[in-house]
Design a protein around this ligand. Sequence first.
Ligand SMILES: O=C(O)CC1=CCC(=O)O1
Length: 260
Amino acid sequence: MHALTHDGVTLHILDQGPRDGRVVMFGNSLGSDLRLWEALIPHLPEGLRLIRFDKRGHGLSDCPPGPYSIEDLSGDAAAICDALGLRDVTFIGLSIGGLIGQSLAARRPDLLRALVLMDTAAKIGTPEMWNERIANVRRDGIASISDAILARWFAPGFAEAHPAEFALCRNMLERGPDEGYAGCCAAIAGADQTEATRALTLPVMAMTGADDASTPPDLVRATAELCGAAFHEIANAGHLPCYEQPKAVAALLKAFLDKT
Ligand SMILES: O=C(O)CC1=CCC(=O)O1
């Protein structure tokens, strides 16, 4: 386990694989931590250096008082790259992790070689929607809205077919600090990467679950078109295809890594 203190916030980092391997870094979604990628990792090509981290307010990382901005979060990711001496990074960002990736690519192009946008967009939802969610979480806690969140995370039938995996995801979501969740909701509310993403010149690939109700295929396709990225829809997956369809996601990633 590695830790880095940046901007007064201690971040939890997992650095796996050969030091001289191609660097692939993962950005997790709202309400999830670095364990989210566990199912995907065995399907990835060998020899990669895999960097995972818990964004502030999630997992084992510190939870400073919110609100956070997307620049705070991409600044944390950049600090990890600088501290570990990472360059030529392929960043794979899921949902808010994809907003972090877009912000990182725009602000620190020297760090990245390629970008994967997974179930994400240049702008997700509206400030009103996120402010309502923040108010609910601050008043009643994440567990008061977790049923609705989990319904968007998975394709219909997943919870019934995989009750144990579904229960673990509920635990991961509900056991995170309300403050960290609300802080990241504020970051999403304030993020509009449209112009920055239109200006990106690095190779980008986008994908989303066909049943994603949070960032539906049309929204993700529109973001892919901004930066000339190939777009893929993953069957039988909701908002977390890396968890629900890890083999299909790994196949797309392998083809992209081979090309870039
Ligand atoms: O909670 C959701 O609706 C899904 C989601 C939106 C942004 C993110 O990171 O997750």
